[in-house]
Design a protein around this ligand. Sequence first.
Ligand code: MRU
Length: 367
Amino acid sequence: MRIRGQAFRTIFVADDGWTVRVIDQTRLPFELEFQELRSAEQAAVAIQDMVVRGAPLIGITAAYGVALGLRSDPGDANLARVLALLGATRPTAVNLRWALARMEQALRAVTPAARMERAYAEAALMADEDAATCEAIGRHGLPLLERLALQKGRRRLNVLTHCNAGWLACVDWGTALAPVYKAHDAGMDLHVWVDETRPRNQGAALTAFELGAHGVAHTVIADNAGGHLMQRGAVDVCIVGTDRTTATGDVANKIGTYLKALAAYDNGVPFYVALPSSTLDWTLQDGVRDIPIEERAAREITHVAGRAPDGTRVAVEVVAPGSPAANPAFDVTPARLVTGLITERGVCEASAAGLRSLFPEAPGAAT
Ligand code: MRU
């Protein structure tokens, strides 16, 4: 996607042929800076500290992290160490586990001497596939938006999204925002309500930034405003991303998503979830019971990061000193509240049968 006319991906290999460069998302929206990753340890810290975030991008960063980690020692023991190190970074996004399993399979099939080259090639392939997959999600989501616009008599279509599931969460295009970009590029009159997404404010900082950079009309709202806007008929459709979706269509996404789904259900607003198949966890049936929810540091609640009037970055305290804070980072929206899943293979019902119809080959898919 483009920032001020220039095409970017969130992650790529630098001109030296081995250093991995990522957009430093902790600096956005005020500064566009890159961070260089030169070891598996640095890749792990970048994932943990949310220099990179978003389920698809976490997976691709981990894949490159494996390649970086094998540079000094491509042997079996070090491969296992690097996989464990990266696998422990964040618990909810299943793309991490998916990416590491795919890397492990590719690398165990070759001799240690061939591993580093193979690792870079596999990671690059996965990055290209992620971009193509997200583009396909956009293609499949576009007709949904066109239909809704038609029902509205072609008046401006209002989309609500939560967190950041745009291209900054992926390699390119995004998941929830891919249909939005496709619709905008096709000339549709649309506007996006952007939930600020406390505590890390991925909506206010990242979604608003990337929509603005692409020229998409949008308005940032407090997380709690969505229900009110839906009651007033100001939201035509919700589209969100997901960090893990079960074989039965339950969806884990950034904390607050469930409340938006409840409000959408109560107001008859369609609620879609966009995802690449790498976000599907075919081993789980009950998302509320089984999806591990990351508990992040209390400081993300007690402090808000931003820019001071003199341009410096600051974190200000917003909670009564001494009050404890809890920070579950994700919640689970049951499939019954989801109108449909938008995947790279098309749109399906959020159910075992719906997913099975698009992915009949999936191992152990629920029936
Ligand atoms: O904690 P994050 O920023 O890594 O969370 C990921 C997200 O941005 C969302 O939950 C997103 O909507 C799904 S990932 C495309």
